[in-house]
Design a protein around this ligand. Structure first.
Ligand code: PGA
Length: 253
C-alpha cells in the first residue's frame, strides 16, 4: 500500500458518540476538499465505523485497536479481518491508553501487528516514553524496547508501517513535545526503520497537536504527519488542521 505523505490521523477515542458520527462526516466533507481529504485517516469507535463508511466511501478509515487473535473463541474481540471487511485500511495498535488502562503487553501488541498485517491492514504502531523514563534519561531504551517487541519477528507481509511517536506525558496535556525533542526522536526512529526490510514507512507525531502547534511540527524533518486526539472530535477544528496540512504538503516529505 502506498501511504499518503503527510498524513493527519483523527483518533476519536470515545470523544465522538455514534449519534454524532454522521453529522461529523457531513460537516467534514463540507469544510474540506477531496484533495485535502487524501491526507486524512479517521479512527472512529468500532460502533461508528460502519456509519462513517456508509456516509463516505472514499474516506481512509482505521480502527482504534484490533484483536490479537485469529481464532473465533475470543468473546468480545474484534477480528482484524472484520475491520478490513468493513472498509478500513489501518489499525491503530499499542496506544498508550490501551497499554495503561487495558494492560496491553508488548507480546499482545506484537500479536496484534501480526493479525492486522495478515488481514491486509497497515498498522499504526504507537510508541512513547512516560515522564519518568524521560526524566531519568531512558527515553531511547523505552522506545527501542517497544519497537523491538512489536516488530520482532517482523511479519512477512509487512510492507507498510506507520509509527506514531506519542510521548505519554504530552497526550491529553496542554503542551506538545518541543521541536528539539520531536526532531531528535524522529531522526532516531527513522534510522531504525530504515534498517528494517519494510518498503513504506512513515513517522507521525502525536500528543497535544492543535491549530497552534501543527504548523511548526509539520515543518520538522522526518515528521510525516500527526496523530490528533481532542482536536479531531469536532469536525470544524479537524477540518482546519487537514486544510493546513494540505497547504503545507510539499514541505513535509
Ligand atoms: P491528544 O491525544 O491530541 O488529545 O493529546 C493524542 C492521542 O492520544 O493520540
Amino acid at each position: 500500500m502506498i501511504l499518503s505523505n503527510p498524513l493527519i490521523i483523527a483518533n476519536w477515542k470515545m470523544g465522538v458518540p455514534c449519534s454524532e458520527a454522521r453529522g461529523w462526516v457531513d460537516q467534514f466533507e463540507k469544510l474540506t476538499t477531496p484533495a485535502s481529504r487524501k491526507h486524512a485517516v479517521i479512527l472512529p469507535s468500532f460502533l461508528s465505523l460502519s456509519i462513517v463508511r456508509q456516509v463516505d466511501r472514499a474516506l481512509f478509515l482505521g480502527s482504534q485497536d484490533c484483536s490479537a487473535f485469529g481464532e473465533p473463541a475470543h468473546t468480545g474481540s474484534i477480528p482484524a479481518t472484520d475491520i478490513k471487511e468493513i472498509g478500513c485500511q489501518y489499525a491503530l495498535i499499542g496506544h498508550s491508553e490501551r497499554r495503561r488502562w487495558n494492560g496491553e503487553t508488548d507480546e499482545l501488541i506484537h500479536a496484534k501487528v501480526i493479525q492486522a498485517t495478515a488481514a491486509g491492514l497497515t498498522p499504526i504502531l504507537c510508541i512513547g516514553e512516560d515522564a519518568q523514563q524521560r526524566k531519568i534519561g531512558k527515553t531511547k531504551v523505552a522506545l527501542r524496547s517497544q519497537l523491538r517487541h512489536a516488530l520482532q519477528p517482523l511479519p512477512e507481509k509487512l510492507t507498510a508501517l506507520i509509527v506514531a511517536y506519542e510521548p505519554v506525558w504530552a497526550i491529553g496535556g496542554s503542551a506538545a513535545a518541543s521541536p528539539t525533542i520531536i526532531t531528535e526522536t524522529h531522526r532516531w526512529i527513522r534510522q531504525i526503520l530504515d534498517r528494517l526490510p519494510i518498503k513504506h514507512s512513515l513517522i507521525v507525531y502525536g500528543g497535544a497537536v492543535d491549530e497552534m502547534t501543527l504548523p511548526l511540527i509539520c515543518q520538522l524533518p522526518n515528521v510525516n504527519g500527526v496523530l490528533v486526539g481532542r482536536a479531531s472530535w469536532k469536525a470544524e477544528s479537524f477540518s482546519r488542521l487537514v486544510l493546513a496540512v494540505h497547504d503545507k504538503g510539499s514541505r513535509l516529505v
